[in-house]
Design a protein around this ligand. Structure first.
Ligand code: ACM
Length: 265
């Protein structure tokens, strides 16, 4: 099966979800694709200094206005969309991403491994990694940014049958894009890492984001890698069935040869 997958990279404006949604929509309107991955916290920016800032832009699911607009856009463009956002649930906030599908179905992942100052403002996700159907039933695994540092994240998604790992990110360290080659290779699945660009300054906090969003094949090969500053959407055609083949040689399989009884986990 031929499946068109896309990665969106841009620089959000801090605490401007409506303007950011419009910018994302303009980038997506000309795109012909089956799946697109957007950055972590794609609507709000990242460098929070107070809980009030988070509270101002966080949304509840399914009543949130941005969420409702993404569901509509997904149906309009016949496109599965994965985007990162700040989620409010009761009196807690999560660094979450949503998968919204053209048929109206949706799934939420709450980031399990919080990075640095995120711990000041968000609660860590408590639900295990999970795989969900995107358009045409392709199995999508959701993880967010710093989850890359823990091989258990991608391994869990791979073992659950993920054909494509969708990885909204706001990367600030220099290692992830290269490390994801290994995550794809060791699990033999595609991965789409969408990163933001630019430098964000809030009070005494300043953060540079590394861009270089990418789509990787099942052997860790780079299908698309962007530069560190462009705002664009790139699309490639893949065959998601390649991710069902876990063979390394005729006698080796990345999952069949595992020896979990000998591992310390
Ligand atoms: C990160 O997890 N946003 C670095």
């Amino acid at each position: 099966m031929s499946y068109r997958v896309s990665v969106l990279q841009y620089q959000p404006q801090f605490l401007q979800p409506d303007a950011n949604f419009q910018a994302i929509k303009e980038l997506l309107l000309p795109v012909k694709s089956d799946l697109v991955v957007l950055p972590e916290l794609a609507l709000s920016g990242y460098v929070f200094c107070t809980q009030d800032e988070v509270a101002k832009i966080a949304e509840e699911i399914p009543s949130g206005s941005i969420f409702t607009q993404f569901l509509k856009l997904s149906r309009q463009l016949d496109l599965s969309i994965v985007y990162g956002f700040a989620e409010k649930a009761g009196d807690r906030y999560f660094n979450s991403c949503a998968l919204v599908n053209p048929d109206g179905s949706y799934y939420i992942y709450r980031k399990i491994h919080l990075f640095y100052r995120e711990k000041l403002f968000f609660s860590p996700g408590e639900q295990p990694f999970a795989v969900h159907p995107g358009k045409h039933g392709v199995k999508l695994g959701l993880m967010i940014c710093f989850d890359w540092q823990f091989p258990e994240s991608a391994r869990s998604l791979g073992l659950l049958g993920a054909q494509i790992i969708c990885h909204p990110s706001n990367l600030v360290l220099p290692w992830c894009q290269e490390a994801m080659k290994t995550r794809s290779l060791e699990n033999r699945c595609f991965s789409i890492t969408s990163n933001r660009t630019g430098t964000e300054i809030n009070q005494e906090q300043k953060q540079y984001f590394t861009g270089m969003s990418q789509i990787l094949g099942t052997k860790g090969e780079i299908l698309i890698r962007m530069n560190d500053h462009e705002a664009a959407v790139y699309t490639v055609e893949i065959d998601p069935k390649l991710a069902l083949d876990k063979a390394v040689t005729k006698l080796n399989s990345v999952y069949g040869d595992r020896r979990p009884e000998l591992y310390s986990l």
